[in-house]
Design a protein around this ligand. Structure first.
Ligand code: PLP
Length: 430
């Protein structure tokens, strides 16, 4: 079983010693969400589905403002662009006057989605440092002026297509402690900044600020401190050139909902990260008049969705001694669909049975979970002992709201899962 896990590069771990332990260790699901899941499972469904809880989105935005007052979150749409997610964030900004929200869009389509959902152009940052010119032209046509860049070539492109743009220089910062290192592809090195700033000045583009991203799934407060200190240096450099930046965008990389992954609790000390950020801002940007914003994705979206999948196949594997040494299960979704991440912070949690009482009395078996396609890389997890599962049973996966559906493919004709929105606070089924 270990070999399977390593060959497939799938998450693997030692797990609990009995089925009762397994069930006892699972934190309970919200009863209203669980009721809704049971109802959906009994209504003839045969494809997987998400439950998106709007209440969780409001809770996360409240938590954000509690720890980072005054720092406007521009939600990274790429993380989960479900219409219910976007509507809820927009509604939050409309109803809480002192808690504005914005959106980080990466393409023409995302810009269109936000504007067509009732967002304003000033609520959008086109936060993709290398953009298709046609997408820039679309942004310009629709009044979206804020955009990021990280090269002299992009300055020239923007000067040609959207000279009225208000740009932010994306800096390359230390992201080595994160699950997904965005700096491999984006961001200007310190030694490149003066040439880019000079080109911005020469082409008479309006530089409004600096931005960075410490990497997605980052658990390192220090990375934010170093990045804020670096931003200060480049701010000063820009001012010396006669430019007037007054916005600092501290990017994304904030932890998602705390979850138990492969038997280990993922500690997500958002409060500690926020404390470090507040300290660094006081230290490096003490002057009044600097506007601070951020681009959180996972922080808002991850806990908003649970994912519900069904066991559609099962194979017991026997050794030459005739003993059953492994159980292979086939779920109706896998790594080609909504389980694409095997990075630390994107690993799936352990599956939760919709009906845990029966589960307690089952034997614990070494297991592999596969997805439904013909591809051997379509695995979910291996190297784990699970209480025996049966055909037709439904299982719930926690904290599946970030970078799951938005990265899923329809390989083998398997459809992308439906999202069922609800509001667990108001107990509203939609
Ligand atoms: N901003 C940009 C430019 C990104 O590329 C990403 C993620 O890829 C985010 C924000 C959101 O990051 P996270 O979900 O880690 O907060």
């Amino acid at each position: 079983i270990e070999t399977h896990a390593s060959i497939l590069s799938l998450p693997s771990s030692s797990s609990t010693s009995s089925s009762k332990d397994y069930v006892d260790e699972i934190p309970p699901l919200n009863p209203r969400v669980l009721d809704r899941i049971r109802w959906e499972c009994q209504s003839g469904r045969y494809e997987p589905f998400y439950i998106l809880d709007r209440y969780k989105i409001r809770q996360r935005l409240d938590l954000w403002y509690q720890h980072l007052p005054g720092i406007v979150p521009f939600y990274a749409v790429k993380c989960n662009d479900d219409p219910a997610m976007i509507q809820e964030i927009l509604a939050y900004g409309r109803t809480s006057k002192d808690r504005p929200v914005g959106f980080d869009c990466a393409s023409e389509r995302e810009i269109r989605q936000i504007l067509d959902s009732g967002g304003h152009p000033e609520q959008i940052l086109f936060a993709n440092p290398v953009k298709n010119s046609r997408h820039i032209a679309h942004a310009s046509d629709r009044g979206v002026q804020w955009m990021t860049l990280d090269s002299v070539e992009e300055v020239d492109k923007i000067a040609q297509v959207c000279p009225e743009a208000k740009v932010m220089l994306r800096l390359k910062v230390d992201d080595t402690h994160s699950a997904i290192q965005l700096g491999l592809k984006t961001g200007a090195w310190v030694h490149e900044c003066s040439a880019i700033l000079k080109r911005i000045y020469d082409r008479q583009i309006n530089l409004i600020g600096m931005c960075f991203h410490v990497g997605s799934g980052s658990l390192d407060s220090e990375a934010f401190i170093k990045a804020i200190a670096l931003s200060r240096r480049i701010f000063n450099q820009a001012k010396k050139l006669g430019l007037s930046p007054n916005i600092l965008d501290i990017g994304g990389g904030f932890p998602g909902e705390a979850k138990k992954v492969m038997g280990k609790v993922q500690r997500t000390p958002f409060s500690a990260v926020a404390q470090a950020i507040r300290w660094a801002l006081d230290q490096y940007f003490p002057e009044k008049g600097i506007q601070i914003m951020a681009e959180p994705g996972r922080f808002i979206a991850s806990g908003a969705c649970v994912y519900v999948t069904q066991v559609i196949g099962k194979k017991k594997v026997y050794g030459q001694d005739g003993l059953n040494n492994l159980c292979m299960y086939y779920m109706n979704d896998g790594a080609m669909g909504s389980f694409p991440g095997i990075e630390e912070d994107t690993l799936p949690c352990l599956p939760i049975p919709v009906d845990p009482s029966k589960f307690i009395h089952r034997p614990l078996l070494p297991s592999i979970l596969w997805g439904p396609t013909c591809a051997p890389e379509d695995g979910i997890m291996a190297g784990i002992s699970l209480p025996e599962m049966h055909l037709g049973e439904w299982y719930v996966w926690r904290a599946m709201g970030a970078y799951m559906a938005s990265r899923a493919s329809t390989f083998n004709g398997i459809p992308i899962a439906e999202v069922v929105p609800m509001d667990s606070e108001l107990d509203i089924a939609e």
